[in-house]
Write a protein that binds this ligand. Structure first.
Ligand SMILES: C[S@@+](CC[C@H](N)C(=O)[O-])C[C@H]1O[C@@H](n2cnc3c(N)ncnc32)[C@H](O)[C@@H]1O
Length: 233
């Protein structure tokens, strides 16, 4: 992967960035996503935010070598602190981190959100707490994808603030749109998860140390949900 050839995962993220956007890519690492989008003239400007020095320097290098130094501002900052009102950001991507980390970045940076940006989120696990945050903050999920690359399942969640929205506990767990679409990748993900979760429950039953009841109940409930979802597939 580089700034010309994105991974399939970042390619799918790129597909959800609106044409002509002013993008803030938070946790940009090498800065591949904003540079690739500018090369394609798919966006007009970007901020590449990084909290860690080594990836920040890598992003600076990619942007410098690409010749897009005028259009892409690389900033060493924690989460949404990379965004200033003058940037007039219209889309924010936060990709390749745990869902809880993405949620925390959004929550602690709420004051930097105008509420008009499209959020393009690609959590590696922890999708449920991330969807909970979106619902709690009036974001409607517009699009969801599951994809498999290099033996990992990745999810992409696209959301915009729309006013109050209500999702059930199961919708927060599986994704409301994915539950409807039931794509092959989605069903395969949950077939694998069912095996893993049943194995974990089995291991708990054989464990010498007591597992908290709450944890057991939560796992049992998830197994029931997944089995019901896959029933008849
Ligand atoms: C696994 S990389 C993903 C890079 C790229 N977004 C992608 O999807 O390929 C995660 C990056 O997020 C950065 N990061 C983690 N927490 C952050 C935060 N609070 N603010 C900005 N960057 C953060 C890390 O330093 C790391 O470079």
């Amino acid at each position: 992967m580089n700034e010309q050839t994105l991974s399939m995962r970042l390619e799918r993220v790129a597909a959800h960035v609106p044409a002509g956007a002013r993008l803030a890519d938070i946790g940009s690492d090498h800065g591949y996503l904003p540079v690739a989008l500018l090369r394609r003239a798919a966006i007009v400007a970007a901020v590449a935010g990084e909290v860690a020095l080594t990836p920040f320097q890598a992003a600076l290098r990619t942007v410098h070598e690409s010749g897009f130094g005028q259009q892409i501002s690389v900033r060493l900052a924690n989460g949404l602190a990379a965004i200033e009102a003058e940037d007039q950001i219209t889309a924010i991507s936060v990709c390749g981190m745990g869902g809880e980390t993405i949620r925390d970045i959004l929550d602690s940076g709420k004051s930097r959100l105008s509420g008009r940006e499209r959020l393009i989120l690609q959590p590696n696990g922890g999708e449920q707490p991330l969807r909970q945050w979106l619902m709690d903050n009036d974001y409607r999920i517009l699009c969801e994808e599951v994809l498999r690359e290099n033996r990992f399942n990745y999810e992409i969640i696209v959301a915009e603030r729309s006013g109050p929205v209500l999702y059930t506990a199961e919708q927060l767990f599986f994704g409301p749109l994915q539950m409807q679409a039931r794509s092959a990748a989605f069903l395969l993900k949950w077939q694998r998860m069912l095996i893993v979760k049943r194995r974990t429950l089995n291991n708990f039953a054989q464990a010498r140390r007591a597992v908290p009841d709450e944890k057991l109940q939560e796992l049992t409930r998830q197994i029931e949900w997944i089995a019901a979802l896959l029933d008849g597939t």
